[in-house]
Design a protein around this ligand. Structure first.
Ligand code: NAP
Length: 242
């Protein structure tokens, strides 16, 4: 396939469901073909790819575990084979596990670091090798702004990725812009209680949850504004300054 100016494509990790699926469908609505990565959520990935195709865009699905460094290389190669015009990478996949420093064993630490930091690091490196011009967006977490020790290794993994966002922006400028989005409470984990959600909503200035569409519109803003790089936007109702 020839690389053409009008064709656009995005690779989204963890794109089968929840925020990743909203991003995939949102970008498809803006004219992007989608390389949709998922790991265990095959049924949801098929549903999301159906919605993308209904929008008239192509969708190629890629299944694999981001803890596997070989899979990361295969994913990038296969995504660029499917879409030579690929110019956007969104690192949205993540693992969320609770545990203070004292309650974090080596297995949990390694899992959180490898999904939430090592995988995006090598996705960014590989993407920059294949792509001569484009955009990377790292989906982070407003928790990077506080020392909430009950999520010690998770927060460290997200904070490291926030730092990498700026570092990569420096290294890959001017060809690739690299930015981050820190969501606040948007979609609580399925097993969380209403009380937990209310407690989180009370932590921000607006006293409510955000919506997945708030994350999608922030991603579109970063993609469209070609004078922004190395920045992280907090889409968290002001939680990071409360
Ligand atoms: N939801 C919120 O309110 C919120 C708040 C703050 C920050 N965020 C951030 O926003 C992003 C999306 O949030 P979310 O809640 O939609 O995420 P999520 O449901 O917790 O996870 C997104 C996807 O990550 C994938 N994933 C996990 N471990 C993986 C592995 N080892 N290999 C490959 N993929 C793996 C899963 O794919 P499969 O299901 O296919 O296995 C999962 O669907 C994340 O980066 C998260 O940290 C979300």
């Amino acid at each position: 396939m020839e690389r053409t100016a009008e064709k656009k494509a995005a690779l989204i990790t963890g794109g089968a469901k929840r925020i990743g699926a909203y991003l995939a469908i949102g970008l498809a609505a803006e004219g992007y073909d989608i390389a949709l990565h998922y790991n265990t959520s095959e049924t949801e990935a098929i549903e999301t790819s159906g919605k993308i195709r209904l929008l008239g865009r192509e969708c190629a699905m890629f299944k694999g575990d981001l803890r596997d460094i070989n899979f990361i290389q295969e994913l990038l190669r296969a995504a660029f084979d499917s879409f030579p015009h690929l110019s956007v990478l969104i690192n949205s996949a993540s693992l969320f596990k609770r545990g203070p420093i004292k309650g974090t064993d080596l297995k949990m630490f390694d899992e959180l670091i490898s999904v939430n930091y090592r995988a995006p690091f090598f996705m960014i490196k590989g993407f920059a090798k294949f792509c001569t011009g484009g955009n990377i967006i790292n989906i982070l977490d407003t928790k990077v702004s506080v020392y909430q020790n009950v999520y010690a290794a998770y927060i460290i993994s997200r904070t490291a990725l926030k730092e990498l966002t700026s570092m990569a922006a420096v290294e890959f400028a001017p060809d690739i812009r690299v930015n981050g989005i820190c969501p606040g409470i948007v979609l609580p984990a399925e097993d969380e209680t209403q009380e937990y959600v209310r407690r989180l909503e009370d932590r921000n200035l607006l006293g409510r949850s955000g919506s997945p569409e708030d994350i999608v519109s922030s991603a579109m803003f970063l993609l469209k504004n070609n004078f922004i790089t190395g920045q992280t936007i907090f889409v968290d109702g002001g939680e990071n300054i409360k």
